[in-house]
Ligand binder design. Sequence first.
Ligand SMILES: NC(=O)c1ccc[n+]([C@@H]2O[C@H](COP(=O)([O-])OP(=O)(O)OC[C@H]3O[C@@H](n4cnc5c(N)ncnc54)[C@H](O)[C@@H]3O)[C@@H](O)[C@H]2O)c1
Length: 275
Amino acid sequence: MAYNLLKGKRGIISGALNSSSIAWKVAEKAHEEGATFVLTNAPIAMRMGELNGLAEQTGSQIIAADATSVEDLTNLYIQSQEILGGKIDFVLHSIGMSVNVRKNIPYTETNYDFFQKGIDVSALSFHKMLSVAKKLDAISEWGSVVALTYAAAQRTYSFYNDMADIKAMLESIARSFGYHYGVDKKVRINTVSQSPTKTTAGSGIKGFGDFFDYADAMSPLGNASAEQCADYCITLFSDLTRMVTMQNLYHDGGYSSVGVSAEVLNKYDIKEITE
Ligand SMILES: NC(=O)c1ccc[n+]([C@@H]2O[C@H](COP(=O)([O-])OP(=O)(O)OC[C@H]3O[C@@H](n4cnc5c(N)ncnc54)[C@H](O)[C@@H]3O)[C@@H](O)[C@H]2O)c1
């Protein structure tokens, strides 16, 4: 059901790779809610061609931009404003990649070149997106920027590798930039900490399937899906959340507040604990 929450709003949505991507679902929902927007992804991701289908479905144009390149991002904001006919009201940062994770390099033996690449792609890109927008004055007052993150920024997950440190940085950038952009232009900046989700980036983590099931069993409401995450992002882009900024917001079915659930304990056959 649509509520016209984003009627008349203009946006930029990064990170839609295929129909499993969280950003893909955000684009579908933003379209349903009346927004117009530009889709963007790294030039290399364009080669797969799947994004064209989403662009057609949502009446959007695609602008290729490597999120580590200030030049590409500058072009992205300039062109997006031309295409959409004004300043941008919402931006989704849905970008993550760790070479150390991909190559299965243990955290304690990290490759520092790969680590720096991960920081650049997954955290500094967020600072660059915000800094370029601010310099160009491309985001309208009370505009909303959301980046996606994971709970490994707060607590250690043995498999999450350097992405844990990188997500901690991403969340810190949301707070720091949120302060400055808030004071200057009332632009609000938040991170959404999402449940494990079966996407290309998520499934790249070794043992992800088992961990997905564990998190589901730990969460009173179960894991939040990509589609539900998109719904939450839409509320943050809407005018109904105008005073929310500089927050890391858990969207995880209650997982982050649970120490242990009966369902998980029962796997160890502990009979005295029933609920
Ligand atoms: N899947 C999960 O379990 C999960 C959980 C919490 C948070 N997240 C976060 O959600 C975000 C989206 O990931 P996803 O799970 O939808 O996976 P995904 O693989 O569909 O999306 C990741 C996107 O990042 C893009 N990207 C990589 N390098 C880039 C660059 N240099 N410039 C521009 N774009 C680039 C990829 O092309 C891809 O579209 C990421 O930040 C991820 O860390 C995912």
